[in-house]
Design a protein around this ligand. Structure first.
Ligand code: NFS
Length: 645
């Protein structure tokens, strides 16, 4: 490798593992990125199209080559189409996850599935009431069946009406604004341009249709459809995933966990769960903790089975069950390299195919379980919800069986771990505030806390691992800006100790005082990436409480190390929900000045939300603080914009 381990990651545990990786010559995301240089410039600008077989076509940004593809599509059309397809793929991944949980809820309600139960009837009743479903005097399973029916119907709805999850959860003023905007856009363009999601699946199919050869060439309507599809994810598919998971497995409550590779235990059978859907990992955990499996582990010389999480499966388990987390996206290969992992069990999304080959260098069983994620070289154990107990038991037994094959000479576990206070669902945040948003509103109104930034997303081998996440977070809390978020950002913050009470010392005086009073860290873990819906719900609650639109709130979003198409969908539904959103790295849009202008300027005028790109964390914090101060002035909380920096 041309870079030192500590240039690839700010995490000392990662740097230690990367030294081993360099010595042993293992392939990693970083070495493969290096091997890919130089990467395709057309791809980076978004100006290549291979949507038909007259292509592939590309538009040269230096204006030296042809200005149009064979069909006549120009750079604006290409960029907008490509971006729309990214949003569609991202929304599909989140929403398909939500579909599976809704279908499981239906099966539990009807008695077809007895391997799962309704763990949280209280949440069920709250969700039902929100959706306008009668709860009074009705049986839990009956209500659960109705909630599941409404959720399932949101996917395949065919009418022109907005899906019920969106109309029931979106804050009032935003709902009005988006509906009115459809009229404004029609007047501006003469075309029907919708923004409200009609059906979660339908909006994805719409994108695939309109980006097919010879359909939509207008960057504005293509971007609008990306937003509509993404709103169907945030206020639909992801929201359904979160709400149904809370009903089936419990609403997260505050608890303390440990984060980083040091959670692997030399004396235990280490079983890493990686991917996204708690439907699998909750069962694996249940069986791993069973007396039967503990006994089986002892029989092979281990003290028991140690389940630890990675990525968003890790987030799901730590939020509800207090399971320790081994790391975020770029830790997935490093975990295997410790030589101490008996099994890595995965379901869907964010799973490097390289993990199969890497596992074969060790005794590690790399187990795929989903029909949607088959990886050559993996051991596939098909997971079926109706037979969840038997399959989870088999998976745990497979991990235990691998333990005697562990080669002690190959084991190295970096000891780094940090404690993190996690589990900040909206319900827990409100409980910490005494049951109402009032105290939060008050400290924001009087300037003790200036505003809130929600950070989401991934690791990206192009960015020094966790560097942007941590520098930006530290910079914001120092300026009395509360930071909350999800996904691999949350794991980065947990690994760096930003989610324990000691981190209060890194906060500015106002934020520090509030956190000390409430007994919370200045950086709040709200869950996995589908739980970005929790951030929408929280923002919506604040907006409704104040009787304003979300765009008026001193709230900003960011995805500072984004990688996946899911992050495009998240960023887009934040923007559609009225929030300014920072991105780094640059999304593949710069090949079209028109699309760039729509996303960074026109969106601001029309939606209040818009994208901005910034490479430096301190400059990003400056910009965010300026936006927050501008919003504070708008709300009458400040006379004129002032900024510390
Ligand atoms: Ni979000 Fe979670 Fe991580 Fe990024 Fe992947 S695990 S769904 S997409 S990489 S945060």
């Amino acid at each position: 490798m041309g870079t030192r381990p500590d240039q690839r990651s700010v995490d000392p545990a990662a740097a230690a593992m990367l030294k081993i990786s360099d010595r042993e010559g293992f392939d990693t995301a970083w070495s493969r990125l290096e091997a890919q240089q130089p990467q395709c410039g057309y791809g980076q600008l978004g100006t290549c199209c291979r949507n038909c077989s007259m292509g592939p076509c590309r538009i040269d940004p230096l204006e030296e080559g042809p200005r149009r593809g064979v069909c006549g599509a120009n750079a604006d059309t290409m960029v907008a189409r490509n971006l729309a397809r990214m949003a569609a793929a991202g929304a599909s991944a989140h929403s398909d996850h939500g579909r599976k949980v809704a279908l499981l809820l239906k099966d539990v309600a009807s008695g077809r599935n007895t391997d799962y139960t309704i763990f949280n009837p209280d949440k069920l009743m709250v969700v039902a009431a929100r959706l306008g479903i009668a709860t009074e005097g009705r049986e839990t399973l009956e209500v659960a069946g109705d909630v599941a029916d409404v959720a399932i119907a949101c996917f395949g709805a065919q009418g022109e009406e907005t899906i019920p999850f969106s109309t029931s959860y979106m804050p009032e003023k935003r709902l009005e604004l988006l509906k009115d905007l459809e009229g404004t856009l029609a007047e501006m363009t003469g075309a029907r341009i919708g923004l409200m999601p009609r059906g979660i699946d339908r909006e994805v199919v719409d994108i695939m249709h309109r980006t097919h050869f010879g359909c939509d060439a207008d960057p504005l309507s293509l971007v609008a459809q990306s937003l509509r599809c993404s709103l169907g994810d945030g206020w639909g598919g992801s929201l359904i995933a979160t709400e149904c998971q809370d009903i089936l497995f419990g609403t997260p409550t505050v608890r303390t966990i440990k984060a980083n590779l040091g959670v692997l235990d030399t004396d235990m059978v280490n079983l890493v769960v990686h991917g996204h859907e708690p439907v699998l990992s909750e069962k694996v955990l249940e069986w791993a903790r069973s007396p039967e499996m503990t006994e089986a582990a002892r029989a092979v010389g281990a003290k028991g089975v140690n389940v630890v999480g990675l990525c968003c499966t890790g987030n799901e388990l730590l939020m509800r069950q207090g399971v320790n987390v081994a790391g975020n996206l770029l830790h997935s290969e490093l975990a295997i390299m410790t030589g101490a992992v008996e099994a890595m069990v995965v379901d869907v999304q964010c799973i490097f195919p390289s993990l199969a080959d890497l596992s074969s260098c060790f005794h590690t069983r790399f187990i795929t379980t989903s029909e949607q994620t088959n990886i050559p070289g993996a051991l596939h154990i098909q997971f079926e919800e109706h037979d969840a107990n038997a399959i989870a038991r088999r998976i745990v037994q497979t991990a235990i069986d691998a333990f005697p094959g562990r080669n002690a000479a190959k084991v190295y576990i970096p000891q780094e771990t940090e404690e993190a206070m996690v589990g900040f669902s909206v319900e827990q945040i409100l409980a910490a505030l005494g049951g109402t948003p009032d105290p939060l509103v008050e400290v924001i109104a009087n300037g003790t806390i200036k505003g809130v930034v929600g950070i989401v997303g991934c690791n990206n081998a192009k960015v020094q691992q966790d560097f942007f996440h941590l520098s930006l977070t530290r910079e914001l809390i120092k300026r009395d800006i509360l930071v909350l978020g999800t996904g691999c950002w949350a794991i980065a913050a947990a690994k760096a100790g930003l989610m324990n009470l000691d981190a209060q010392q890194q906060a500015g005086p106002g934020l520090k005082a509030v956190c000390e009073q409430l007994g919370i860290p200045p950086v709040l873990h709200m869950g996995s990436c589908v739980d970005c819906s929790r951030m929408l719900v929280l923002t919506g609650a604040l907006a409704d409480h104040l009787g304003v639109d979300t765009a008026a709130l001193p709230v900003v979003g960011s995805a500072p190390e984004w990688t996946t198409e899911k992050a495009v969908a998240i960023g887009s539904y934040f923007v559609g929900s009225g929030l300014p959103v920072h991105l780094w790295p640059v999304p593949p849009i710069l090949g079209s000045p028109v699309v760039t202008k729509i996303l960074t300027e026109s969106a601001k005028d029309l939606l209040g939300g818009y994208f901005f790109v910034e490479e430096d964390p301190v400059a990003t914090a400056d910009r965010m603080e300026a936006i927050i101060m501008e919003k504070r002035v708008g709300l009458g909380l400040e006379k004129e914009a002032t900024c510390n920096s």
